[in-house]
Design a protein around this ligand. Structure first.
Ligand SMILES: Cc1ncc(COP(=O)(O)O)c(C=O)c1O
Length: 507
């Protein structure tokens, strides 16, 4: 195997960093190969001084892959065939589906890190951080069922479960973040965070936002606005219309393939936007860029950006929807890894182990300025007692099963095993040549090889996803109950895929 051709980004030291996947995000690239034309997205035209670097299109090559070696296809299974047919006929044509080209995955039961299809066959789930504590965790299921039998109503009523949950969740955060709003999803959390930031900011342009190229923050309009990952998928020639005047896009701080090699240089780009505009209401960032290709923030980047944004009267929102709840292993939240404390933190996904729940945590001062408008905040389902039963039980499970520590230990093992293939950590980037300096010019993303490996793994009954602007990053984001044995299955499967790919002449 020509090892020069698989290169990696050392993005994290635990399964924590195995952030996003198509299954529950956003970030399922499986629909993208259907798209024939590359979109042109305006390059930060409102950043006169800022050189903004787009690093890819998210519109992937759809040329056929070589045949997988004697593998059965799910698309010939009658149940898959019917469900795919109905999905395409009865739901919106762009509703995301995992492995669409190969009959999808019919997930009717889950247990730990395993997903079962109706016929009892199973997949190892390496792509699911919604069921962070593992599918159908008994403690969580019981707590939820108990509460469903008691009452289901709106958040205006007081409830002891909610009271307990709010206090417990706040206790996981730095003491400055002492106020919570409960919502129903990551998108809602980010929408609320932007609203609060606008109200809180004393900058010249409180409704302006800086976001990172390739970011994904959710599916409602306000957060699609700050999700360049989404605009890039646009193929109807209207990509420009998605880039709103109040949104300023800075380069993804990728020190491997991006234009700069240090966090300080990327932070300078943000400072230029602040100078240019006279200040913005908010800087919003994922703590690891999931759809951007599992990119960790480089040293020094966030501290410098936070200082600059705050000095100009704005505030900072950390989107922990993918990365929170013990996944970092060494900390409960990923922002803690960088030594910063945001003004607002948003969360969701693993928060309810599959039940829809999200939250916005903020400094009291931010909440007070938000409330000063006099507008009451009401959310029908946000903080309902069933959601809080799920939330409390998730915290119980993380504690009782030692899941944060498991993430650290198994994450380290994953890194070690991946490195034995070459150096493959949580996000695995396939390139044709490895560069020797930071010019970035001799790195050629190998999207096809990445697709081949993802497809091969599916036939080996292992679910992973791929992402990144060039579709050449495999994302590994298993439930935190993942074991060393699961790691072995995954890595052995990848090794087999690479051996087969070599036989086909892919290397
Ligand atoms: C980083 C990030 N933020 C926000 C969201 C939106 O969350 P939801 O789909 O729960 O609205 C997602 C979903 O994938 C995400 O990955």
């Amino acid at each position: 195997m020509n090892r020069e051709m698989i290169t990696t980004l050392t993005k994290a030291a635990s399964i924590s960093s195995c952030a996003s996947t198509g299954s529950e995000t956003d970030s399922d690239c499986s629909h993208l190969p259907d798209r024939p034309v590359k979109a042109q997205v305006r390059r930060g035209s409102n950043l006169s001084k800022t050189q903004h670097h787009l690093t890819g299109s998210f519109l992937f090559d759809d040329s056929p892959l070589p045949p997988l070696p004697n593998k059965p296809s799910s698309s010939t299974n009658p149940i898959n065939e019917r469900l795919v047919h109905n999905h395409l006929k009865n739901q919106g044509p762009n509703v995301s589906m995992f492995y669409r080209a190969d009959g999808g995955v019919v997930a009717v039961k889950g247990e730990g890190a395993i997903i079962y299809e109706p016929d009892g066959s199973s997949y190892l789930d390496c792509a699911n951080n919604v069921a962070g504590c593992g599918h159908s965790h008994p403690l969580i299921v019981k707590a939820a069922v108990d509460e469903i039998q008691n009452i289901m109503t709106n958040g205006r009523f007081l409830h002891p479960l909610r009271d307990a949950y709010v206090m417990r969740l706040l206790a996981t955060l730095p003491p400055e973040l002492d106020t919570l709003y409960l919502v129903n999803s990551g998108s809602e959390a980010n929408d609320l965070a932007l609203r609060m930031a606008r109200q809180y900011s004393t900058s010249a342009n409180p409704d302006h936002v800086i976001c990172i190229d390739c970011a994904y923050h959710g599916h409602v309009q306000s957060v699609v606005d700050v999700s360049p990952y989404k605009w890039r998928q646009c193929t109807d020639g209207n990509a420009e219309s998605y880039h709103k005047e109040h949104v300023h896009v800075v380069s993804a701080p990728d020190t491997y393939r991006g234009p700069y090699k240090t966090g300080a240089e990327y932070a300078d780009e943000v400072k230029l936007v602040l100078e240019d505009t006279g200040g913005v209401g908010a800087f919003i960032h994922e703590s690891i860029l999931g759809c951007g290709g599992q990119i960790m923030m480089p040293d020094g980047y966030l501290p410098a950006v936070y200082d600059a944004v705050r000095s100009s009267g704005g505030c900072v929102i950390a989107d922990e929807v993918q990365t929170g709840f013990g996944r970092p292993g060494t900390s409960f939240w990923q922002f803690q890894h960088y030594g910063v404390t945001p003004d607002i933190v948003t969360m969701g996904k693993p928060m309810g182990n599959g039940y829809p729940i999200g939250a916005v945590a903020c400094r009291r001062e931010v909440a007070e300025r938000f409330a000063a408008s006099g507008i009451e905040y009401f959310n029908t389902y946000g903080g309902n007692s069933v959601a809080c039963a799920f939330g409390n039980a998730v915290l119980d499970a993380i504690e009782q099963d030692g899941l944060q520590e498991n993430a650290r230990v198994v994450g380290e093992y994953l890194m070690k095993r991946m490195r034995s293939l070459k150096e493959l950590p949580s996000g695995v980037e396939f390139v044709k040549r490895r560069r020797t300096d930071y010019t970035g010019e001799d790195i050629i993303p190998h999207e096809k090889l990445c697709r081949y490996v993802v497809d091969f793994l599916k036939y080996e009954r292992i679910i992973v996803s791929r992402d990144g602007p060039d579709g050449n990053v495999i994302k590994i984001k298993p439930p935190l109950v993942f074991t060393n044995g699961n790691v072995d299955s995954l890595v052995n499967g990848m090794k087999q895929a690479l051996i087969e790919a070599e036989k086909t002449g892919y290397f």
